[in-house]
Design a protein around this ligand. Structure first.
Ligand code: PRX
Length: 649
């Protein structure tokens, strides 16, 4: 059994609602299991500003999900921005809501709750004047500027449904999303700024809209002042239409189950799907988990250094922290600019108490040596969070011993775009930790490990991770395609939500996530579908077939390995590789990079023509000896060639 770390004394419970120790945690968990409706009604009433408080908990269940989405709090009405802004004005009006640090460390803004409320009202009024209203979809394609959060909240305030697209995605990806959700408007900025490099956000939007489509209005925040193209009548400068708008705007009152946002995420097959989160359940769950997991205290400076383009940014930079009246940091830059000490320099300057990042960043920074950490004062830190991919014990221990000096608890938070918020995690003041384990489920989360054949695994064991009972923060559907939602998550094991992850459970009941068991890969915490890569690669004329899998990568967690079969008469060359790289960049985005290419004579197929992906995976993982049963292969010589030419980093 692995080493267990008890909770350091600096972390002992401090918030009024804290779960103080493991016994208290078990009590909460049991209460939520016995009476989920009672548990979640109490939580929502105590933490959310409802206009009409709900009297109902859950409606629907996983068995009947094909008939329609589950619902929580269905008779309640609210606007989530009243929980995130208005109700803080009386006692937290002058408290810093957003602490923004720009690309340059000296570029800092402190926006109070009163100021944020005013800015959100202005942006809401500007959107309304542009003809955007309740139920309309708005794409947000921005860097990490406070205006990105303002844009999200402004949509929420007027009842529009935002869909944030990470600023690394290409014009084609932006266009696909606009079309899929039939977006009326895009909010963007002239350029992004990261590590002193500019990112041409407005130019990408222009390219995305070149071929027409549903978007009629573009709102552009000026960040760098760089030259941008302009389409009169369609494009509006933020400083012209937002800054002059009224600072008061009545919130649109919505039903609990009205959509709050759509976030596109990759799966095993097809194009990314638009995961839909709704107002009442999502805001309840993000508020509850943010306060409980991190043991948030009134005076904490809380820093999650993710990007608002991913679910982590939605739930734990914007919605959860603001619902809890926290001071939340937004960070525009990268961890290595101007040097690899940037995070710890920020910790020292802002006296950050809670710091939340991804294993990729931890591994990359650990590789730069301890001096970058040690020269900055980190005594303010209490809780260190990690999210997005499994953390290897060596990285965990570096985070714990070097960054936290053994005084902070590490919360390894397992969750997904679809879970809306943290689902399996240590609770900072309560849960002893084990390096590499996400430990125990949140109250209300009921994990179940299954064998591939559908047998429940009781006690210690390894299997496929499912969740057995709905919780308020879970995704309700896929935008415009409920059957796809049902098929993706609820068909493998009837009555259970299937996460797509493998998981071990030990004698303590601790959970150890082993990674995706489907055709999704997780590169530096970015979730990508192998099918998306394959469809780009085969769209290139020289390529006959492509097979893409993940492989273990020392820094990125997983890397992308592409097996390429060329058309007859084509030859493998650096030019072919350059063309394939460019195609991935243009059709998916700058973050979609193949790490290793292998030119192969064919893909391993069964006699019925199905690609044996297991073989591609094992060879890419450097374990060709573990291929298993290959007796159904149509042409065994293909496998010999693949093994002989295998690449590694
Ligand atoms: O495989 C799991 C991994 O990330 C996947 C979800 O990706 P995404 O929807 O992009 O959300 C990432 C941020 C919540 C999961 O299916 N994952 C996430 N957190 C962890 C993790 N794997 C292991 N440990 C974690 N703490």
């Amino acid at each position: 059994m692995s080493e267990i770390y008890t909770v350091p004394s600096r972390v002992t419970a401090g918030s009024p609602n804290a779960i103080t120790d493991l016994d208290a945690y078990r009590e909460h968990w049991a209460k939520a299991q016995r009476d989920p409706d009672g548990f979640w009604l109490r939580e929502t009433r105590s933490r959310i500003a409802w206009r009409t408080p709900p009297t109902q908990g859950l409606e629907g269940n996983y068995h009947d999900i094909a008939e329609g989405p589950i619902r929580w709090y269905a008779d309640g009405t609210l606007n989530v921005t009243e929980s995130c802004l208005d109700r803080h004005l009386s006692d937290r009006g002058d408290k810093v809501a957003i602490l923004w640090e720009g690309d340059e460390p000296s570029d800092i803004q402190r926006i109070t709750y009163r100021e944020l409320h005013a800015k959100v009202c202005q942006a809401s009024n500007a959107l309304k004047a542009m003809g955007v209203g309740r139920g309309d979809r708005v794409i947000i394609y921005m860097g990490m500027v406070p205006e990105a959060a303002v844009a999200m909240l402004a949509c929420a305030r007027i009842g529009a449904i935002h869909s944030v697209v990470f600023g690394g995605f290409s014009a084609e990806a932006v266009r696909d999303r606009c079309i899929d959700c039939d977006a009326k408007a895009i909010i963007t900025q002239d350029e992004g700024l990261r590590g002193s490099k500019t990112i041409p956000l407005k130019a990408t939007v222009d390219a995305a809209l070149e071929s027409g489509g549903p978007v009629k209005q573009v709102l552009v925040f000026k960040r760098t002042g760089g030259e941008v193209g302009w389409t009169e009548g369609r494009d509006h400068w933020w400083h012209e239409v937002v800054d002059s708008a009224s600072t008061s705007c009545e919130a649109e009152i919505l039903g609990a189950e009205d959509p709050l946002f759509i976030l596109y995420t990759s799966g095993s097959t097809g194009k990314p799907k638009g995961v839909v989160h709704t107002c009442g359940g999502y805001i309840t769950y993000t508020s509850y988990t943010h306060e409980t997991v991190f043991d948030l205290r009134e005076d904490d400076v809380y820093a999650c250094v993710a990007d608002v383009g991913w679910i982590t940014g939605h739930s734990y930079i914007v919605y959860g922290p603001l619902a809890n009246g926290a001071t939340t940091l937004m960070f525009e830059s990268i961890p290595t600019y101007p040097d690899a000490g940037r995070y710890w320099d920020m910790v020292a300057r802002h006296k950050i108490n809670i710091f939340y990042t991804a294993p990729t960043a931890i591994r990359a920074l650990a590789a730069q040596g301890d001096d970058h950490v040690k020269k900055h004062d980190r005594s303010s830190l209490r809780v260190l969070g990690t999210v997005g991919e499994p953390i290897n014990p060596a990285a965990w221990e570096w985070y714990y011993n070097v960054v936290g000096e053994g005084e902070c608890n590490i919360v390894d938070t397992w969750w997904q775009t679809e879970t809306g918020g943290i689902a399996i995690t240590p609770i900072a003041p309560a849960t002893p930790t084990a390096p590499g384990s996400a430990t125990l489920p949140m109250p209300g989360i009921m994990p179940q490990l299954m064998t591939p054949e559908g047998r429940v695994i009781i006690g210690p064991g390894e299997g496929l991770l499912c969740l057995a009972h709905p919780w308020p923060g879970q995704a309700r559907t896929v935008w415009g395609d409920h059957p796809r939602f049902v098929k993706t998550y609820f068909e493998h094991f009837p009555g259970l939500y299937f996460t797509g992850d493998g998981c071990k459970r030990d004698e303590l009941g601790y959970h150890w996530i082993t990674g995706r068991v489907d055709d999704v890969i997780n590169v530096s915490g970015h979730r990508m579908g192998t099918a998306e890569f394959e469809s780009v690669l085969v769209s290139q004329g020289a390529v006959a077939e492509a097979g893409v899998v993940g492989f273990p990568h020392p820094i990125k967690g997983q890397g992308v390995y592409a097996y390429i079969v060329l058309e007859p008469g084509q030859t493998w060359s650096d030019d072919v590789v350059a063309a394939l790289n460019q195609a991935c960049r243009e059709q998916i985005g700058a973050h979609a990079k193949v790490d290793l290419y292998q030119h192969v004579p064919g893909l391993p197929k069964t006699r019925s023509g199905k690609v044996m992906r297991r073989i591609l995976r094992k060879v890419a993982e450097g374990e060709p000896e573990a291929l298993g049963d290959v007796s159904t292969l149509a042409d065994p010589s293909v496998v010999e060639a693949i093994i002989a030419g295998a690449k590694s980093v």
